[in-house]
Design a protein around this ligand. Structure first.
Ligand code: FMN
Length: 200
């Protein structure tokens, strides 16, 4: 790999993990990490990001909200899946709900507002990594449940981009094998490009 600056090295070394222990970021450090999200590109200054932090004793009750949402949205989910989800939502050091405050009738397409929330989430994951924390972005059909959304301050048409599980990595994050960038980039030379990723 070519030589690069420490900040790029750090971007290249981030990997998701749900193997998380105490502590999560708190106070000003948490505010700084979430401030990184507010640097996401945001067409039309829609400011669609709405973060709800769930931690401490409130996790248990929130896990119950998740379970009830699952009962409505995924009634056929196996008991083991429900138990795992309850366990994760009640035991992760911190959960950050990724609210999307969507303005459907304005000039800015909804997908652009959603992409701004996604870009913000990525910045949060990177900011966590920069400060020695770890996380993973998770979703599921339960996150479309209206009652769950309302407890997170998201009334119709506002929605969720999912949740970040946040904490301190229990051990150094290995990360999975990454794709080869050469398969995912092309240099345009006046003819339609093709990608190695799509060959064969
Ligand atoms: C919108 C979104 C939703 C995701 N939902 C889940 C999920 O519900 N469960 C899960 O294990 N991974 C989920 N992932 C994938 C993980 O966040 C993560 O990207 C994956 O474990 C690979 O790790 P990496 O970020 O180091 O590549 C989701 C990713 C995105 C972008």
């Amino acid at each position: 790999m070519a030589h690069h600056h420490a900040s790029l090295e750090f971007l290249l070394s981030r990997a998701s993990t749900d193997n998380l222990v105490e502590p999560p970021p708190k106070g000003d450090q948490l505010r700084d990490i979430l401030s990184a999200a507010l640097r996401a590109p945001d067409h039309g200054r829609m400011r669609p990001w709405r973060y709800t932090v769930i931690k401490g004793k409130h996790r248990e009750a929130f896990a119950q909200v998740v379970l009830e949402a699952m009962d409505r949205q995924e009634p056929d989910a196996p008991a083991a899946k429900k138990a795992k989800r309850r366990d994760r939502f009640s035991s992760m050091p911190m959960i950050i709900a990724l609210g999307m405050h969507i303005e459907p009738d304005g000039k800015i397409p909804v997908i652009e507002q959603e992409m701004s929330v996604a870009a913000g989430a990525m910045n949060v994951l990177n900011a966590l990594h920069a400060e020695g924390f770890g996380g993973i972005w998770v979703t599921g059909a339960f996150s479309e449940d209206r009652a769950l959304l309302e407890t997170l301050g998201l009334k119709e048409p506002h929605r969720l981009a999912g949740f970040l599980f946040v904490g301190t990595p229990e051990k150094p994050v290995e990360g999975r094998k990454r794709a080869d960038v050469d398969d995912y980039m092309a240099i345009w030379k006046g003819e339609p490009v093709t990608f190695g990723a799509d060959a064969g």
